[in-house]
Design a protein around this ligand. Structure first.
Ligand code: DC
Length: 213
């Protein structure tokens, strides 16, 4: 079983994916990690040109991604990496390379696990259009910006709410307006507004939907 969760930045996709995977005993894959790892490597290696970024994306493997994730730790969540990953994500060749790896990763897990919960922007629309369940999460941008500010402060980053808000506005624009794999709700996805409800209630809503089938 594949459960696809898409949505805007800081809408709670990651939390729902993690909570669903724990409740249903499924593996969780955060597809944003692939874009963040590539962005992190590009920053570290000083790679700026599109052609070199594409080359770097083609050289990535699941093994390398796991290794870089371990090395980078919480640096993958920095505002610099967030911005860079959002800037590189529209490139067709990069998306193709990273989607191929996401499918490979999920197919490996489907051999040994009952299923995978995967969160991102284009999972229900492009990466796994035949997923068993699809959810699309969103919330008012001010609520998302407040959440993201608190998360970053918790990680010891010095950030201010207005900068985070502006950053989210730009990321939403880039995610929704790009030609390749734009962020949009799949027709058969269940919409959940996470604005004024807790993580637990979001999980309960999703579980109720899954169990009703
Ligand atoms: O979910 P996230 O914030 O960790 O994602 C980081 C960036 O990667 C985000 O700006 C958009 C991009 N991304 C994407 O284009 N497609 C995905 N499936 C996941 C992430």
């Amino acid at each position: 079983m594949i459960i696809a969760i898409d949505g805007t930045a800081s809408s709670g996709k990651g939390s729902l994916a993690k909570n669903l995977s724990l409740s249903l005993n499924l593996h969780h894959l955060d597809s944003g990690l692939f874009y963040r790892v590539l962005a992190y490597q590009a920053i570290k290696m000083g790679i700026e040109r599109k052609i070199d970024l594409i080359e770097l994306s083609k050289k990535l493997s699941i093994k390398k991604i796991i290794k870089i994730k371990k090395l980078a730790g919480e640096n993958l969540r920095s505002t610099l990496v967030s911005k860079k990953s959002s800037q590189i994500a529209p490139e067709k060749n990069i998306r193709e390379a990273l989607i191929k790896l996401q499918r490979e990763y999920v197919n490996q897990f489907l051999i040994s696990h009952d299923g995978v919960v995967i969160d991102g922007r284009d999972i229900g629309t492009i990466v796994f259009p035949d997923a068993s369940f699809k959810f699309y999460l969103d919330a008012d941008i001010k609520i998302r910006a407040e959440r993201r500010t608190q998360q970053l402060i918790h990680l010891n980053y010095e950030v201010i709410y207005l900068d985070v808000l502006n950053d989210l506005i730009c990321r939403d624009k880039r995610d929704k307006n790009r030609i390749e794999g734009p962020l949009k709700k799949a027709k058969d996805a269940f919409y959940i507004d996470t604005g004024n409800i807790s993580e637990e209630i979001v999980l309960q809503k999703a579980l109720n939907i899954i169990k009703s089938f």
